[in-house]
Design a protein around this ligand. Structure first.
Ligand SMILES: *Cc1c(COP(=O)(O)O)cnc(C)c1O
Length: 432
């Protein structure tokens, strides 16, 4: 390692927080200098194939000329102006486009900076709506186990109560209702028992519940589980029957990842409130949005204080909105369903044999998501460097080794990713 790189890493070690990390990381992070297509160029000269899409966001890969151009053009006009009392063309165009492409009667868009905040806004919409209807006692949420909705306090409270951070912040987090993990698995036969625990909670507690929140079809960071679309259809019907709003968190599933434009599309349902983020800007800038129906928006407007009590400083940022619009147009003008289907077929064919390996509990693939679930938690100190030695960037967690590659990833590169996954499982999955 050159002294420039080691000096930089020493400063990183001393001064920089990383996600879910101790003040100083046991393993130094890799210094990335640039990225192009599906490749990350490291400062030490190595090149890695990115199997993570930068936490599932960079669906078009890196440095796409259409996205770079959108940002360049917008920079030359203005990077940001406040959104209180002012508006801007990219924000108007983006919100109009989101309303057009999302399911059902979602008609009003709240723009914010990150997925977690979009979940906070969704929760706030639901609570203000209940209050506006004179049902202030409906101040709790219903969700399912195994979910992940973000790291801010409102969002944490609806993450899985075991894997999430509930014990750490006991007494601070509001207490909500948790139904069993949704099931059966995607592709398995439907079974009415799967919905029972949710049904019972609604029968007993609907009068206390403002909204139900869940991730459609794929539970992401809470465990990479894929469940039956019929579960979602039942959820939609139950919410309507019990007068409970349905919030669908599409932050991980939105924009093609599961093979449909949105996770909801697998079940042909529409929520009352929807969150999008992650791939919204194609991974270029931080942006998220919460959409709701006129019914929710008008309900809030009719009662005191008559406004939604939220307003981020960088709301409606024109740079982020312009690149989000460009990313959506790029996605819709590409054969993304075929691209994701091709990746799905290849991930299935190449990962399925891993099912036979010792230490492997399950292999599952849906859309451009490939998961090897191990019997024991992975040892990141062994696995991460071994994957890098294979020339791929993957970031396993818990018992899960998974890939969510950019949709433009070529077959040879998918094979590199699945080959690396297989090799590290063969070497490290079984503990001695
Ligand atoms: C990543 C994620 C979030 C949180 O988004 P941030 O941008 O990290 O705040 C919320 N919900 C789901 C389903 C996610 O995958």
């Amino acid at each position: 390692m050159t002294s420039r790189i080691s000096d930089l890493l020493a400063c990183d070690h001393r001064h920089v927080w990383h996600p879910y990390a101790a003040p100083s990381l046991a393993e130094p992070p890799l210094l990335v200098e640039s990225a192009y297509g599906v490749r990350l160029q490291l400062a030490d000269g190595r090149i890695l194939i990115d199997g993570m899409s930068s936490w599932w966001a960079a669906i078009h890969g890196y440095g796409h000329p259409a996205l770079n151009a959108a940002i360049g053009l917008q920079v030359s006009r203005m990077s940001h102006v406040m959104f209180g009392g002012l508006t801007n063309l990219p924000a108007i165009d983006l919100c109009t486009k989101l309303v057009e492409i999302t399911p059902g009667a979602l008609s009003r868009v709240f723009l914010c900076d990150s997925g977690s905040v979009s979940v906070e806004v969704a929760i706030k919409l639901a609570l203000q709506y209940a209050q506006a209807r004179g049902m202030a006692e409906r101040n709790r949420l219903l969700t399912v186990r195994g979910g992940y909705h973000g790291d801010t306090f409102g969002a944490m409270a609806v993450c899985d109560p075991v894997n999430g951070m509930h014990t750490l912040f006991q007494g601070v987090l509001p207490r909500h209702f948790f139904a069993d993990v949704p099931g059966p698995e995607f592709g398995a036969p439907w079974n009415n028992d799967s919905i029972q625990s949710l049904e019972i909670l609604l029968l007993r507690h609907a009068h206390e519940i403002a909204a139900l929140i869940l991730e459609p079809v794929v539970q992401g960071a809470g465990g990479m589980r894929f469940y039956h679309p019929e579960y979602l259809r039942r959820v939609r019907a139950l919410c309507s029957a019990h007068d409970v709003l349905l919030i669908v968190d599409e932050i991980a599933t939105g924009f093609g990842r599961t093979g449909e434009l949105f996770g909801c599309d697998h079940a042909a349902i529409a929520p009352d409130i929807m969150c999008v983020g992650k791939a919204l800007t194609g991974g270029m800038l931080s942006l998220a949005a919460t959409l709701c129906t006129d019914q929710v928006a008008d309900g809030i407007a009719k009662a005191s204080p008559g406004v939604l009590m939220h307003g981020p400083t960088f709301m409606g940022n024109p740079l982020a909105c312009s690149v989000a619009l460009a990313s959506i147009e790029l996605l819709l003008s590409s054969p993304f369903r075929e691209n994701v289907k091709r990746i799905e077929r290849q991930l299935s064919a190449e990962l399925e044999p891993c099912r036979m390996l010792p230490g492997v509990a399950d292999v599952r693939v849906l859309g451009a998501i490939g998961v090897i679930e191990l019997e024991d938690p992975v040892d990141m100190r062994l696995l991460q460097p071994a994957l890098v030695d294979e020339g791929v960037w993957l970031r396993p967690f818990g018992r899960l080794l998974y890939t969510m590659p950019p949709f433009i990833t070529e077959p040879d590169d998918i094979t590199r990713i699945t080959g690396a996954m297989r090799h590290v499982v063969e070497r490290y999955a079984v503990r001695d």
